[in-house]
Unconditional design. Sequence first.
Length: 245
Amino acid sequence: MQNTFPSPADSTIADFETMPPAPTLRSPVTPLPVRPARTARIIWGEDRGTPPSRPVDTDARRMLASEPDRPLALHDSWWIVALAGVLASAIVAVVLWISAHVTVDPLLHTAALFVHLASLVLGFGGVLIADYLVLVWVSGRSTLTEAITGAHRLHLPIWAGLAGLVASGALLEPSLASTLTRIKVACVLILTLNGLQALILSRRMARSAAVSLAPTLTLWGAATAAVSQICWWAAVWIGFWNAEH
């Protein structure tokens, strides 16, 4: 006889199948804040971030634009160049006074002559190389920036050679009564003043190197080079003449 009563296991399965599905628990999801895109500006390899957008006064901007980079630098002020020229003239006068009142030992005279010749090679050689770089630019085989950069790097040996000539000349017992010696002293002083004003010339040429060079700067540079060459060659020739006679 077949058992028609459900077993406890069948009753449990039936109850499970007829139970309504349990509600799904959903927790409210808060959306993540969206960060605004940030644009960065790279300055010399460093991330400085976005500059703040602040209004800039027009008058202040105009004032900053008209202000020179270094107003007290030697190559930016004619007044400082004039003061340096007066100081250089005073130094030459002191050297002349020393040469007329100091008795030099023969050994010291020989050492001073060696320094004089070495300073001539250093200073005059630097001038010749600087002028050669300018001629290379004129011939179209280099840019103006390359010529100015090369000439600027020669300022130190040129000034060192000129200073060595003046300092060693005080120990060479020059004959100040000679006309040629006075001309040589005048050439040295002109070279010093010409070199001081050439600093301003090179500064202005460097500023206009990206564009075409102005005719006034071209004539100024040609006159500076001509004065330099005339004075250097005259001083060399007078020194050679005095040594022979």
